[in-house]
Design a protein around this ligand. Structure first.
Ligand SMILES: [Zn+2]
Length: 443
């Protein structure tokens, strides 16, 4: 169980980085780039024709034309007649909303020495910035058109460069940093001040650590008063609050304090899930990608901080608990289970592996898993009028897969078309022979 301390250690490093950024005035410089201008999509009308459409709310449609204009879906109708000039025939592929990952770390990467980047590995800011851009492109190529990067101060530069159309990537929302029970002494007033500072610096969301690592038992670290101050101030500032909480007590305190979303929740029990339902708190547990990435690539991490034999063994032990937790959450009526991978170095672009884990090992229904990564994830980001659905008026963030992921979740790894805000970033045609099963034909 102590495995989950490794992210904690890493978050500690990020806070250190964050302090460095503060000292160097970097936060002030990024703040000036806040509220970016959206990339200009092509003005012309494009019609997409698909044999199957998953609309992001659980509906599956056949033979649809989706009309895209100025980055938005302006019409949707049964496919009929020849496709207009410039139209894109997706053939037997399945069209669905661009996927949304509510928890990634775009600033984490594997460096040129085949190791996880750390602040003392000699990488220049330029090298790091390019690595961040590479993570963003890998994520977009994999069909994830929006991510929430629980990140550090320089995520603002990445977010804004993508939003301006300077580099390809998903829409990025970021916390720019985080707070915990010790931040600025931890008094409710100082925590509120830190929340306001993040808001001024252009944070899209507030990230809060409310429990210890699992190594230390994962128990609550923030008092109810501290959580009420942090999440309450976030709400007052019009921001969402995303809370790292492993123990049942920590997760329940977060829900009771009106925080928006609880992350991880490995020790969540029935009472915790009931509290989350009662308060309408979004819940983002992880099934396996974050653990598998560490375990399958130990050479990248071994010897850094708490990435050691004990840590790796603990992660092996945590896997069944995490998988079971997905099933328990998915079967709790009214629980707003959303999709977030906690993708760290080496996991960017592999986000769909978490969807497969959720369905195959956590026994979540495949269509529900897709909804949790589209319309429900959009709701958790308060972008439910903008993204997460194939519907008139929504942003043209659309992807296509070889095969129907609602029937065979592995199809979510076979993304071959990516459009974001009306711009096509990828269209490599059907890359595999479509079997009856992959095409979504029920046996
Ligand atoms: Zn994380």
């Amino acid at each position: 169980m102590s495995s989950l301390r490794t992210p904690i250690w890493s978050h500690r490093l990020l806070r250190k980085l964050h302090r460095h950024a503060l000292a160097g005035g970097l936060l002030l410089s990024t703040a000036s780039a806040f509220r970016p201008v959206a990339a200009q999509p092509t003005a012309s009308t494009v019609v997409l024709r698909a044999a199957r459409v998953l609309d992001g709310t659980g509906r599956s449609l056949t033979n649809q034309d989706i009309v895209v204009e100025r980055g938005r879906i302006v019409a949707m109708r049964p496919a009929r007649g020849p496709l207009p000039a410039g139209g894109i025939d997706l053939g037997t592929r399945t069209l669905l909303p661009g996927l949304i990952d509510t928890h990634v770390h775009l600033g984490w990467y594997i460096n040129g020495h085949d190791r996880m980047h750390t602040d003392d590995d000699g990488d220049t800011p330029a090298v790091s910035a390019l690595a961040h851009a590479g993570n963003a492109w890998a994520t977009l190529r994999a069909g994830f058109t929006t991510v929430q990067s629980i990140g550090e101060a320089d995520n603002a530069a990445l977010r804004d460069a993508i939003a301006r159309g300077g580099i390809p990537g998903p829409r990025v929302l970021t916390s720019l940093g985080s707070l915990n029970e010790r931040t600025r002494g931890g008094s409710p007033d100082s925590l509120r001040a830190v929340v306001r500072r993040f808001r001024q610096q252009g944070a899209d969301v507030i990230k809060i650590f409310a429990s210890k690592s699992i190594r230390d038992g994962g128990e609550a670290t923030m008092t109810p008063e501290q959580l009420q101050a942090s999440c309450g101030e976030a709400t007052a500032q019009g921001l969402r609050s995303v809370v790292h909480a492993h123990s049942a007590d920590a997760a329940q305190r977060a829900a009771n304090a009106g925080c928006t979303q609880v992350e991880h929740g490995v020790f969540a029990d029935n009472a915790t899930r009931a509290t989350l339902v009662q308060h309408g708190t979004f819940f983002d547990p992880q099934c396996g990608l974050v653990f598998r990435n560490y375990l399958d690539n130990k050479r990248w991490f071994d010897g850094i901080g708490n990435y050691n034999a004990v840590g790796f063994a603990s992660m092996e032990q945590a896997l069944p608990l995490a998988e079971a937790g997905i099933g328990l959450a998915a079967r709790t009526p009214g629980l707003k289970l959303v999709f977030g991978t906690d993708a760290v170095a080496g996991a960017h672009g592999r986000n769909a592996e978490e969807l497969i884990c959720r369905v195959r090992r956590g026994k979540q229904d495949a269509m529900d898993a897709i909804v949790s990564a589209t319309s429900r994830a959009a709701e958790s980001l308060r972008l439910d009028k903008e993204i997460g659905r194939v519907s008139v008026g929504f942003a043209a963030d659309l992807i296509a897969t070889d095969g129907d992921p609602s029937q065979e979740i592995e199809a979510s790894q076979r993304v071959s078309f990516v459009m974001r805000q009306g711009t096509v970033y990828r269209n490599d045609g059907a890359r595999v022979t479509i079997s009856r099963r992959a095409a979504g034909v029920r046996r």
